[in-house]
Design a protein around this ligand. Sequence first.
Ligand code: ATP
Ligand code: MG
Length: 432
Amino acid sequence: MLLINKTLTVASLMIFPMILIIVSLFGGRMVSQRKVQQESLSKLSDLIQENLSGISAIKIYAQEDAEKKEFNKYNTVYRNSAIKLARTASTLFPLLQGISSISLLILLSLGTSQLENGFITIGGLVALILFVERLVFPTALLGFTLNTFQLGQVSLDRVEEIFQNIPKIVDKPNAKFLRKKVHGSIEAKNLKIRYEGSKFNSLNGLNFKINPGELVAIVGPVGCGKTTLAKSLGRTIEIPDGQLYLDKTDIKNIKLSELRKHIAIVPQEAFLFTSTISDNLKFGEPKASKNTVKKSAINAGLIDDINSFPEGFKTIVGERGITLSGGQRQRTALGRAFLVNASVVVLDDALASVDNKTAAIIIEEMRENKNKTILMISHQLSVAATCNRVLVMDKGEIIQEGIHKDLIRTEGLYKKLWEREIATNQIANKNF
Ligand SMILES: Nc1ncnc2c1ncn2[C@@H]1O[C@H](COP(=O)(O)OP(=O)(O)OP(=O)(O)O)[C@@H](O)[C@H]1O
Ligand SMILES: [Mg+2]
């Protein structure tokens, strides 16, 4: 353009910095409006998701209208932000077109006199007009690109935050595998755990020794640290060095994958995947044979339930499959733990939703299986009564230890809990 005619080029391009300014002004506004829109959409979908999963609670407490109001509130914010964004965009584009026409006007009005005076040829003027028209779009685009870049940066930062998150519980550099044959002895030496931000120790100097193949019950009041102990054994929470041992090896020095292969934990809340019951059972050992899966179902007292399912082992369970009862879920998780070749199995209140008769059958199976060390965390002392040994916990410490028969004759927490359980059962029997 400069080669054709300097004056006309400068005059017609004078308006271009204005395009950049306007685009960046509007663009900034569009970025923040889009952010608001995205955030309100995210809140809205969170609400919908929560409402759908909590639909029965909403119905039971007749809160449909309140939830509708809540939905309307978020939806209005979302709609308004979308309208605002659309308004900004629809003001900006005509404005840009208008401004670019100004440069065309300048070109035409100055160009004609230059043409008259012979400073430019008709071809030169037409070329300039075409160039100017072609320049408007890229200039506006440049402004938009800068804004998009900013917006992208905001999103990228949020993604980076997740990518940069370094897992806290990792293998030590010299972490090792265990010997081929794992016996399954467990020892705690003054085990202390304090959760981040907590004012007290959830485990406050725990000491115990469990021999290979033992079936040990761990009982204690609500919040005394039983689950914390289970988590420490699988190292799903971080534990201090030299306080917890598997086969005389500090758990902290064992490779995490190796540790979790040898210690199977059945959590308090059983999680099932949307898949067949068979897949759920062999989750830890996907290559397990049909027979092994069946055996684990028998050991977990689940076989009769499975036989009654519409498609037996192939029945889809989980969120999008058939709904299992609390007890069935727990026993599925139990079967999953029995199926893997772990030397230690930790049951965190895993028989709580299982009726007494079924629980007794499952425990009998476990007592016969001397290859596994089993830690049975339980609220029910009737369950503890069937174990080889009982550890009684209170406030993060083990305060009593022994066999059920002796413990109920010794003054202490266990005796109290036992008497309470008997009294509760008697009341229940009287009333029904
Ligand atoms: N993630 C956490 N952050 C902070 N404190 C926690 C956390 N998890 C548990 N605690 C606290 O640690 C203590 C022990 O909790 P834990 O879950 O081990 O008890 P529990 O014996 O398993 O109880 P329950 O019988 O109800 O299952 C409780 O006081 C609890 O509030
Ligand atoms: Mg617990």
